[in-house]
Design a protein around this ligand. Structure first.
Ligand code: FAD
Length: 477
C-alpha cells in the first residue's frame, strides 16, 4: 500500500504506518475461499414474473421473499458484478433493528408511527434470524447487541437521554458508567456506555449474502452475474430490462441498486454515494484478547458525528471502521475510490488511541465502499412505470437489516394492494433531495466541516447545522 510519509508527526505515525504495511486493499469478508463461483451473464431474451436489478442484500431478499410468498413465481436477478460484492459484502456486519437510523430520528419525523416502527424493526431482525436458521446460513450470527460509548464528557448526557427514550419505548437497554464499560471492554478512552441488547445482531456480511444467494438458487431463482442493466422501459404489459448480452421482459421489477446510479433518472437527486472505510487486524492472540476483555462480541460504536464502529470476528480479529465519510464531486463511484491511504492511516492512529494495549498489532485488510446517503438517513421507496416497478434506496449506512424490510415493502407495493406497510408514513414520504452540482458538493463539504467542528467543540452545533436540523436535513454515513 502507498502511504504518505511526510510531515512532522512522522514518528507518531510510524507505528500506524508499519502496522498497515502488509494490508491487502480489499474487503476482508470477500477475501475468502468460500466466495462462490460467479454465475454466467444473461445471454439472449428471457421472460419472468419478477426481475430484480442488483444482487446485494436488498435484491437477494426481494428474490427470496418473492419465492417464499409464491414458490411458482418465476424470479430473475440481474447483477452487474457478483452478488454481494458491493456494500453488502464489505460492511461492518451490524444488523440493526432500527428502520429510522436510530430512535430519536424516527420520533422526530414520525411521532405517531414510531412505536409501531420499532416493533416492525425488531420483527424484521427476528425474521432475518429465522431465515439464517431455516436456510442453515453459516454467517456467525450473534444477537449480542450494540454498545454506544461516550469518549467525551458531553456525550455522557446524550447517552442518558437516549437511554431514557429507549426505555420509554420498552427497549432492552443498559446504561453503563465508566467502571462498568471499562470492565466489559478495556479502553482508557471510555467514560460511559449505552448497551442496546435487543436492537442489533452481528454477522459476517459476505457469508450472509452468499447464504441468501444460495437459498435463492435452491428455490429456483435465476441469477445472472456480470449483467449490468443499462435501460428500463415499458413494453406492452411488461417491463423491458436491457443488458449488454440480452434483455428480460418481466411483469414486475424491483430496483435494488443502492449507491450506484439509479436507473430511474428522477431518483438521482435523492441519494449521494458516500465512501466509508474500514480496517481489519490479524487474529488477536489470547493475551491480546485478554488485554481488551470484550468477551460478549457486541458491536461497538462511539457517539461523535464522525464516529467509529468496531467489532470482533469469529476468528478473533478486530474490525475498525468509520470516521471519514467522503463524497466525490458528481456522485462519483469507482473501484479506485475503495482505497484511501490517508484515511487508513488516520483510522490506524485512532485505533491505537482507543486500544493502546494492542500496540504492534497488524492490519491484514483495508478497504472502503459506497453508502447510499439520503438527507433523512433511512430508506425511501418509489414506484414507476404504472406501478410495475418498485425501488428502495437511501439506507445511509444502516441497510444490513433494513434491506430485508426494504425488499418486503417493494413486494407489497408491486402487489397493487394496500397493506400495513404501504400505508406507513415512513413508506409514503420521501427525503428532501440534494441540490445539483456544484452546490451539492459545496453544501456537503460545509456540513462535514461543521460536524468536525461540533465534535471538537463539545458537541456544539453551529448555525449551519442548526438550520439543517430545523429542516430535518443532514449528512451522515
Ligand atoms: C464500509 C461500509 C460499512 C457499512 N457498515 C454497515 C453496518 O455495519 N451496518 C449496516 O446496517 N449497514 C452498513 N453499511 C451499509 C450496508 O452495507 C448497505 O446499506 C447494504 O448492504 C445495502 O444493500 P443493497 O443490496 O441495497 O446494496 P449493495 O450491496 O450495494 O448492492 C447493490 C447491487 O446492485 C448492483 N447494481 C447496481 N446497478 C446495477 C445495474 N444497473 N444493473 C445490475 N446491477 C446493478 C451492484 O453491482 C450491487 O451488487 C456499510 C456500508 C459500507 C460501504
Amino acid at each position: 500500500m502507498r502511504v504518505r510519509t511526510d510531515g512532522d508527526t512522522a514518528v507518531a505515525r510510524a507505528g500506524a504506518l508499519e502496522c498497515l504495511r502488509e494490508a491487502r486493499l480489499r474487503p476482508f469478508w470477500l477475501d475468502s475461499p468460500e466466495a462462490p463461483a460467479p454465475r454466467p451473464p444473461l445471454a439472449g431474451e428471457e421472460r419472468c414474473d419478477l426481475a430484480v436489478v442488483g444482487g446485494g442484500f436488498t435484491g437477494l431478499w426481494a428474490a427470496l421473499l418473492a419465492k417464499e410468498r409464491d414458490p411458482s413465481r418465476d424470479v430473475v436477478v440481474l447483477e452487474a458484478v457478483t452478488a454481494g460484492w458491493a456494500a453488502s459484502g464489505r460492511n461492518g456486519g451490524f444488523c440493526m433493528a432500527t428502520l429510522t437510523h436510530g430512535l430519536s430520528n424516527g420520533v422526530e419525523r414520525f411521532p405517531k408511527e414510531q412505536r409501531r416502527l420499532e416493533q416492525l424493526g425488531l420483527a424484521n431482525l427476528d425474521a432475518i434470524q429465522g431465515a439464517v436458521e431455516r436456510y442453515g446460513i453459516d454467517c456467525d450470527w450473534q444477537r449480542s447487541g450494540e454498545v454506544l460509548v461516550a469518549t467525551e464528557p458531553w456525550q455522557v448526557d446524550g447517552l442518558r437521554e437516549e437511554y431514557e427514550l429507549l426505555r420509554r419505548f420498552d427497549r432492552d437497554v443498559r446504561l453503563l458508567d465508566r467502571d462498568e464499560i471499562q470492565a466489559e471492554v478495556h479502553s482508557p478512552t471510555y467514560r460511559a456506555a449505552l448497551w442496546e441488547l435487543d436492537g442489533c445482531a452481528m454477522a459476517d456480511p459476505a457469508r450472509l449474502a452468499w447464504g441468501l444467494r444460495r437459498a435463492c438458487l435452491d428455490l429456483g431463482v435465476r441469477l445472472y452475474e456480470g449483467t449490468p442493466v443499462t435501460s428500463l422501459e415499458t413494453e406492452g404489459a411488461a417491463v423491458s430490462l436491457v443488458a449488454p448480452g440480452g434483455r428480460v421482459l418481466a411483469r414486475h421489477a424491483v430496483l435494488a441498486t443502492n449507491a450506484f446510479r439509479p436507473l430511474l433518472r428522477r431518483l438521482r437527486p435523492y441519494i449521494v454515494p458516500v465512501y466509508d472505510y474500514a480496517l481489519m487486524t490479524e487474529p488477536l492472540s489470547a493475551a491480546r484478547r485478554a488485554a481488551i476483555g470484550w468477551t460478549t462480541r457486541a458491536g461497538l460504536a462511539d457517539t461523535t458525528s464522525q464516529f467509529h464502529y468496531y467489532r470482533i470476528t469469529d476468528d478473533g480479529r478486530l474490525l475498525w471502521g468509520g470516521y471519514d465519510a467522503v463524497y466525490h464531486y458528481g456522485n462519483r463511484v469507482h473501484p479506485a475510490l475503495d482505497a484511501r491511504p490517508a484515511t487508513f492511516e488516520k483510522l490506524a492512529g485512532q485505533f491505537f488511541e482507543t486500544f493502546p494495549q494492542l500496540e504492534g498489532v497488524r492490519f491484514t485488510h483495508a478497504w472502503g465502499g459506497a453508502i447510499d446517503t439520503c438527507s433523512r438517513f433511512f430508506a425511501f421507496w418509489s414506484t414507476a412505470l404504472r406501478g410495475r416497478v418498485a425501488s428502495v434506496l437511501g439506507y445511509t449506512g444502516m441497510g444490513v437489516a433494513e434491506s430485508r424490510f426494504g425488499a418486503e415493502v417493494c413486494l407489497d407495493l408491486l402487489s397493487g394492494r394496500e397493506t400495513e406497510l404501504t400505508r406507513l408514513e415512513l413508506v409514503r414520504s420521501r427525503p428532501i433531495p440534494f441540490p445539483p452540482e456544484p452546490l451539492r458538493s459545496a453544501t456537503i463539504q460545509l456540513t462535514r466541516r461543521s460536524l468536525a467542528r461540533a465534535d471538537a467543540q463539545g458537541g456544539h452545533r453551529d448555525l449551519w447545522l442548526r438550520t439543517l436540523d430545523r429542516f430535518g436535513l443532514g449528512f451522515d454515513s
